[in-house]
Every structure is written in structure tokens, then in C-alpha cells.
Design a protein around this ligand. Structure first.
Ligand code: PLP
Length: 377
């Protein structure tokens, strides 16, 4: 045998992502365009393969955090609108314009640099303006955003294609902060349109706002920036049941050892779990070094032989211990840490709940630690 055996396998089902895109579209007002959010290596699922799939399945645009991610997409031949959610520095404007990228910005100096690059390259430069309606992170308050819009729109060579804001508590039905944010955004857009700025690709909602639409948002359909839902996760438990989403990632390992320990045996670092009776244990070849979060210690479950088995003791760097039951699996058998096995499955939301985190962190962590194999598409 020439190749080492890989204990762990991370697979991404591209057809599941395509199905999630279709399911999310059904939740959006007719005519809404979708920007597929593929930042952070497509939430760990792989930047270029996911971007290609989304474009092939009709996604109108893509969104990344950093300029270098957008350049990777262009190098891979991905065309069409790409939003840069973190914006650019003024000196990056020629690069952004050359590659037809659309930065989201709140700075006049960036708008001026984009306009200048557009004029000198003889290419249309585009940007979107970021508005803070209550996230307290990026963006100008609505009044100042309107002033920036007037100045940016007056720059020759630059087109402002939309205003962008982000909901802090999306996905929670009836949330008053969502109502306040979407009202502020709708009022700003209405004012800007009265002043003659069409801003067709304005966007407020991500997955949470797609699943639980803020009723205060009126006006022509714009753009939705969809991330976590494409990968099968929910932004918050309150959004459960609004669309049928499928966990696109599957992470498996193998049993390195199956053994019986006597009552009183302490398991793993710190001895945080003690066998109450004679117990069968399995040692799984994955841990936090493989992206499987340590907060799953004594809390998470895995699938072995199609049945759920609990984690006992602390998750180690490359090992985790589970308690087994009859009929016993064998050394070398597959263990599913995320995804389906037999009739059962561990969803990304379930794993996130056990780990006291969000599905975003689960898939980013697994994706950063493991090479991805693709299924479908
Ligand atoms: C990441 C991000 C999104 C996508 O959010 P999801 O909850 O994953 O759908 C949308 N907009 C902005 C500005 C983001 O940073």
C-alpha cells in the first residue's frame, strides 16, 4: 500500500447546497436576487467549488469578505457580480475595478479612489454603501449615509448600485430590533429613491431575514445575502421549520480501538468522566486538531452502526472516546461526527447546540482542518 489510510473524511454534498438555495428562494419575495455568501472558504465548504455551483444554479451574485478571496474567484474563471463585504483600502481601488468587483464601503476616500480608477481604466466602477441601522459594527448612521450617497453618486466614473445594512437579531420572529432596523432601512431607501437614486441591488436580509421576513421592509424586491442557510444551518433556533434545509457537510472518522473498562475507570484528560459500571468504550480518531470542537467534551454524540453514542470525557487533539453498546462495532468501523449514517443524522444545528456555538463555527472549523471531497453536481 502506497498511500496512508486517512482516518477522517470531510465530504460536501453540492446537490444539498443547490437544494438549500432553491428552498431559500421559495421564502423570498418574488423577484428577489440572491448573493451567495462564500466568505471564509464558503463557511468551510470550499470557496471555488461552492461559488461555481451557486453560479451554475442561478445565483445572481456572490459575496466575500476579502479582496483576495474575490481575486481567487476571478482566477478560477468565476464571472459576474462579487461584493466585497469588508470593503477595500483606497490603494486597492485599481485592482477592484480591473476585476469588476463591487466593494461595500462607508468611506468617501474609497468612493473617490474607485471613481478615479474607473476613469483611468476606462471601466465602470461600482460600489455599495454600508448603513448601520442597529448592528453597531460597520456602516454610517442613515442620515450620514444619505450625505455620502449624494457625494458618491456625483463622482464621475462611479455607480452606487445599492445600500447595504445588516440585521443583528434576524431569524427571531416578532423581534422588535428587527422591526426597528428594517423600518430605518426602508425609510432611508424611500428617501434616496425620492431623490432619484434607484439603488436596485440594495440589501438588508441574510438567511435569518429570508426565513423570517421583517414585515416592515416594503418597496421593490432587492438582494438577499444568503450564507449559512445554503450550507443547511440556521442562524438562530427561532428560524427552525421555515424551510427544509439539509446539512451539506459530512464528517466521518474511524474507531481506532474498541475495549471494555471496569467500573471506576477515569476517561481522558482530567478524568472528567468515570465509568459507573463495566463499560464498552470506542476510541475515535478525531479531535479538536481535526476541527471537532473541544466544547463537545461530555456533551456531544456520534453515530456508530447507525446508532447514537455519547462522548465520554474530554475531546483531545486527535482522539475522542465514546461509550458503546451491544451489538458492538469493530475496530476500523466508520463513525459519523456530522451528517447522515443509516436512518439517523447529526445536523449542523444539533452539533452546534451541543457545542454551545453556532453552525457557522462548526463548518468553518471542520473545513479549516480537513481537505474536502465533493459529492454530486
Ligand atoms: C456573513 C454575512 C451574511 C450572511 O449571513 P448568513 O446569516 O450566513 O446568511 C450577510 N451579510 C453580511 C454583511 C455578512 O457579513
Amino acid at each position: 500500500m502506497d498511500e496512508p489510510v486517512r482516518h477522517n473524511r470531510l465530504t460536501v454534498d453540492l446537490e444539498a447546497i443547490a437544494a438549500n438555495l432553491a428552498a431559500l428562494r421559495d421564502c423570498l419575495p418574488p423577484g428577489t436576487r440572491v448573493a451567495g455568501v462564500v466568505k471564509a472558504d464558503a463557511y468551510g465548504h470550499g470557496l471555488v467549488p461552492v461559488a461555481r455551483l451557486l453560479k451554475a444554479r442561478g445565483c445572481e451574485a456572490l459575496a466575500v469578505a476579502h479582496l483576495h478571496e474575490a481575486l481567487s474567484l476571478r482566477r478560477a474563471g468565476v464571472e459576474g457580480t462579487i461584493y466585497l463585504l469588508l470593503g477595500i483600502w483606497p490603494e486597492e481601488a485599481p485592482l477592484a475595478v480591473e476585476h469588476r468587483l463591487t466593494p461595500v464601503t462607508e468611506h468617501l476616500d474609497v468612493c473617490q479612489a474607485l471613481a478615479a480608477a474607473g476613469r483611468s481604466l476606462g471601466r465602470p466602477a461600482t460600489c455599495q454603501l454600508k448603513v448601520d441601522t442597529g448592528m453597531g459594527r460597520l456602516g454610517l448612521p442613515p442620515g450620514r449615509a444619505l450625505e455620502l450617497l449624494r457625494r458618491a453618486a456625483a463622482l464621475e466614473g462611479l455607480t452606487v448600485t445599492g445600500l447595504v445594512s445588516h440585521l443583528a437579531t434576524a431569524g427571531e420572529p416578532g423581534c422588535p430590533q428587527v422591526a426597528a432596523q428594517s423600518r430605518a432601512f426602508a425609510e432611508l431607501l424611500a428617501q434616496a429613491r425620492r431623490e432619484g437614486f434607484p439603488l436596485p441591488d440594495s440589501s438588508l436580509v441574510g438567511t435569518g431575514g429570508a426565513l423570517v421576513p421583517p414585515p416592515e421592509l416594503r418597496g421593490p424586491p432587492g438582494l438577499a445575502r444568503l450564507g449559512v442557510g445554503l450550507y443547511g444551518g440556521l442562524p438562530s433556533p427561532g428560524a427552525a421549520g421555515r424551510a427544509r434545509l439539509t446539512t451539506a457537510m459530512r464528517f466521518t472518522s474511524r474507531l481506532l480501538k474498541v475495549h471494555r473498562v471496569p467500573a471506576g475507570t477515569r476517561v481522558s484528560y482530567g478524568g472528567t468522566w468515570v465509568a459507573p459500571t463495566d463499560t464498552w468504550l470506542g476510541v475515535v480518531a478525531a479531535g479538536y486538531g481535526d476541527g471537532y470542537l473541544r466544547s463537545l467534551s461530555n456533551r456531544g454524540w456520534m453515530l456508530v452502526g447507525g446508532r447514537r453514542v455519547p462522548i465520554r470525557g474530554r475531546v483531545c487533539m486527535n482522539l475522542t472516546v465514546v461509550e458503546l453498546a451491544e451489538p458492538l462495532p469493530a475496530r476500523g468501523d466508520e463513525v459519523v461526527l456530522l451528517g447522515r449514517q443509516g436512518q439517523d443524522q447529526i445536523t449542523v444545528d444539533e452539533l452546534a447546540d451541543w457545542a454551545e456555538t453556532i453552525p457557522y463555527e462548526i463548518t468553518c472549523s471542520l473545513g479549516a482542518a480537513n481537505p474536502v471531497t465533493y459529492l454530486g453536481a
